[in-house]
Design a protein around this ligand. Structure first.
Ligand code: GDP
Ligand code: MG
Length: 182
């Protein structure tokens, strides 16, 4: 049977974080299932669209916003954040400075966008490049959970764009969260 009423949603999702943390790589992996060691960082904003058959009668289009060249500035413009319904904040597990920058990204985001009801948009933290992490030095789950709680992240995932680890799971989690509010 063909459903007569197909529901379609379009969501803007931001991917932010310091330069070189793997934002573009994560998006390319998620949308095209590819990985390259060299993505040119064009100045401005890149968009990628992923279409998901969420259920037999529901199609979701996710428009992923990838920043390039603005990572070193303190914060993005309001226009960039406008109407975003969710975000991924990315850091690089091999560079502590990129983790230290995470709360700045989060507060910049919260100060410039919120849901129509006024609540903060759902945000997930990605600890990327876990494939490069030395054996035995894995992230402390308790510390990370606490960090997420204190900084208003719904959840964190250790990811690798290179090895295709946890990216699909993180995106699905965020989508479930978005859809639960519809
Ligand atoms: P962006 O500036 O945040 O968009 O970062 P890029 O996606 O351009 O990635 C920066 C560099 O890190 C590139 O050389 C990528 O190939 C590399 N990279 C990104 N994700 C991973 C990962 O999960 N593992 C490893 N080993 N390298 C990664
Ligand atoms: Mg990039």
């Amino acid at each position: 049977p063909y459903p007569t009423d197909i529901r379609e949603y379009l969501y803007k999702v931001l991917v932010i974080g310091d330069l070189g943390t793997g934002k573009t790589s994560i998006i390319k992996r998620y949308v095209h299932n590819i990985f390259s060691t060299n993505y040119k960082s064009t100045i401005g904003v890149d968009f990628a669209l992923k279409v998901i058959q969420w259920s037999p009668d529901t199609v979701i289009r996710i428009q992923l916003w990838d920043i390039a060249g603005q990572e070193k500035f303190s914060g993005l413009t309001r226009v960039y954040y406008k109407e975003a319904v969710a975000a991924l904040v990315v850091y690089d597990v091999t560079r502590p400075k990129t983790f230290e920058a995470v709360p700045k990204w989060k507060s910049d985001l919260d100060s410039k966008v919120s849901l129509p009801g006024g609540e903060p948009i759902p945000v997930v933290l990605l600890a990327n490049k876990i494939d490069l992490q030395e054996q035995g030095s894995s992230l402390d789950t308790e510390d990370m959970d606490k960090f997420c709680q204190e900084n208003g992240f719904l959840k964190w995932f250790g990811t690798s764009a290179k090895d295709n680890k946890n990216i699909e799971d993180a995106a699905r989690f965020l989508l479930e969260e978005i859809m639960s509010r519809e």
